[in-house]
Design a protein around this ligand. Sequence first.
Ligand SMILES: Cc1cc2nc3c(=O)[nH]c(=O)nc-3n(C[C@H](O)[C@H](O)[C@H](O)COP(=O)(O)O)c2cc1C
Length: 369
Amino acid sequence: MKPADPSLFDPITIGAVQCANRVMMAPLTRCRALAGSDAPHGLNALYYAQRASAGLIISEATQVMPEGKGYPNTPGIYSPEQEVGWKLVTEAVHAAGGKIFAQLWHVGAISHPDLQPDNRLPVAPSAINPGGNLYTQHGKRERVTPRALETHEIPAIVAAYQHAAALAKRAGFDGVEVHSANGYLLEQFIRDSSNHRTDQYGGSIANRLRLTLEVVDAVISVWGADRVGIRLSPVSPANGCKPDSNPQATYGTLVQELSARRLAYLHFIEGATGGERNLAGFDFAQARRNFGGVYIANNKYTREMAIAAVSNGSADAIAFGVPFISNPDLPRRLRLNAPLTLANSKTFYTAGPEGYTDYPALEADFVEV
Ligand SMILES: Cc1cc2nc3c(=O)[nH]c(=O)nc-3n(C[C@H](O)[C@H](O)[C@H](O)COP(=O)(O)O)c2cc1C
């Protein structure tokens, strides 16, 4: 007898982590850490605990060092206060039966002196202004031309990821996801549009992948590969990141390198982050075939698409972003084909509980119609 096709609602083992289902919570920046310390606090613990029925929660992006910050009130993962705050979060999620990975982040050029220590320039592979605007604690600002990192400064960045990974472990996370997507620092190094360096971190594909792989290796040294994942967005124009000249070759090589390291999962943003899924330039199905671990797919998945993708094998699990903001009990709603609450984008990045912890769960006695 042929075994049944896998279902979105089946359990899955990701590396060393057992997940109750394949409806994952995508990382979602909400700008609600404590001002000043950038530490998580009780409100954040409540928000994540409400969403603990996800197969796996991937935390909002967390900066691994002060220079990695690009928005007001995003949480850090480098100080003792932040460790205490994250412990509140992981304990609340575990008490509610969930699993949670920390997404480790450095924004690189996507910052502003207002958000940097001593109002310094943000750092990046090359002095290229990503363009566009951003919001700092002082209001709307134009992006600036960052300072190109000196070669001798790069080991300190790798060390910051390693330190953050160790802090995440002490804080009780189940693993970590390296944020190498959406035009932030690691992706700025990967793409030849944003990396014009002439040292060992620029030029050839191997050189442009060097920083990401050094970071991955540093994080693996703390956690073991079976508790490390990575997020990639090979064709996304997020944050003004111009296309790589050959995403298939560049990111295809990266997938091979990550498979050789036996990473627990690849988390792909298919297409433009939060937008058009069908962009040319990268064969996601081939990446799935070439990678030995779990493939988590994301971007604009509906219930129908997610059920089909898992049952036909094009993905092992699906990460949902915006739907998880307004539906804390998303797996149950998807299972019962219950109506979804629409998210209010006006409260994505505001302070306090409104639009954060006040979205209700479905009534306990809801029955499928
Ligand atoms: C409010 C908001 C915050 C986000 N923050 C992050 C983040 O911290 N890290 C990240 O990798 N992606 C982030 N994203 C992208 C989402 O994880 C996801 O890729 C995107 O929303 C598309 O998935 P969806 O259609 O299921 O929402 C964010 C998106 C939104 C709407």
